[in-house]
Design a protein around this ligand. Sequence first.
Ligand SMILES: [Mg+2]
Ligand SMILES: [Zn+2]
Length: 230
Amino acid sequence: MGDKRVNNMKKKVIFCDFDGTITANDNIVALIKHFNPDGWRDIVEDVLAERITIRDGVGQMFALLPASMKDQVIRQAIDQAIIRPGFKEFLDFCKKNEIEFYVTSGGIDFFVYPLLEPFDIPHNHIYCNGSDFSGECIRITWPHACQEPCTNDCGMCKTTIVRQFPADQYERIVIGDSVTDFAAAKLVEFVYARAELINKCEELELAHATFDTFYDIVEHLSATINSRTS
Ligand SMILES: [Mg+2]
Ligand SMILES: [Zn+2]
């Protein structure tokens, strides 16, 4: 299974994806699909096939929507999202066990913050992209773009954030589901994967466990912590 037990000596820090991980589906795709502007499918295909960068893809998709649709777009994004079961319990578990928790999301501020609002996560532990509705079309802004040595043009650069937590001090854990998590997954000590990210972990032989709900992750983490004390 490639299910190596994680190292227990260092402080655990978790980097958790949002779309398709904290939420059941990819909110960006669901949102664009709902409004269905001409040309969005080709852009999604290009991103998934890694023909264009994630940043270009996300930017291009939102540019298909007029800024005048702001209220509708925000309402739709929030209304369609479903939080994956066990998320609250997982956050409580992290708190109790002094595991640092960060949301590292390629999603957009106008749905990421409202959807996380009930969970009491400090804002400086949530990384996501920004938005600007002041022009003709929706423009995505990139306050956390790639820094050296990342040249992937990620948009919200997960590896740049992970690198702020050195491996000699931290045991770094990524939770994610897709192509947008590959680069960070390759950097860290352990991965909780679902969907496409499982295949990538297997292919690259990364230390990982699969999950369906956050209860699965709590169970797996508990076992690693208990194996230390017993
Ligand atoms: Mg995702
Ligand atoms: Zn990057």
